[in-house]
Design a protein around this ligand. Structure first.
Ligand code: HEC
Length: 114
């Protein structure tokens, strides 16, 4: 009797999980954290490479972004601020040009560089 009850619980549990998953995948989620890495890399090449060099290695007017330490901090949130608001030494702000998930994607891309 107890065994059957537990099996029923499991079935209900799985059904609920499946329903939850289905609901999540229905509309394109507005809570996207960041764009795909390939998209971010492409954006980087379009917008940032002129100053920061290919794969962030510097060479233009911008600093080397493959460095392990950043002047303004290498925490994801600090990088997002650098990109969104810009920095006084010649870094333009992108918050009026790029949606938040693209900026987050660029931050993740920079963190992935070595
Ligand atoms: C016009 C040239 C230019 C462009 C384009 C540019 N940057 Fe910069 N960036 C700079 C300069 C110069 C600095 C250094 C600013 C300072 O030291 O105050 C900088 C600083 C930064 C920093 C902070 C680095 C640190 O050491 O804290 C990040 C992160 C950054 N840029 C990312 C980007 C990204 C991502 C893009 C493309 C969306 C981009 N930059 C486009 C010139 C540029």
């Amino acid at each position: 009797m107890v065994g059957r009850y537990c099996r029923l619980c499991l079935i209900v549990f799985f059904a609920a999980t499946l329903t939850a998953c289905n609901q999540q995948s229905q509309p394109p989620s507005p809570a996207v954290q960041s764009v795909l890495p390939e998209q971010a890399a492409q954006r980087y090449n379009e917008l940032c490479a002129a100053c920061h060099g290919k794969q962030g290695r510097g060479g233009g007017v911008g600093p080397d972004l493959s460095a392990s330490r950043y002047k303004y901090g290498k925490e994801r949130s600090r990088i997002i601020t650098s990109i969104s608001e810009g920095r006084p030494g010649g870094m333009p702000g992108y918050n009026s040009h790029l949606p938040a998930e693209e900026i987050a994607g660029l931050a993740d891309y920079l963190i992935s560089l070595h």
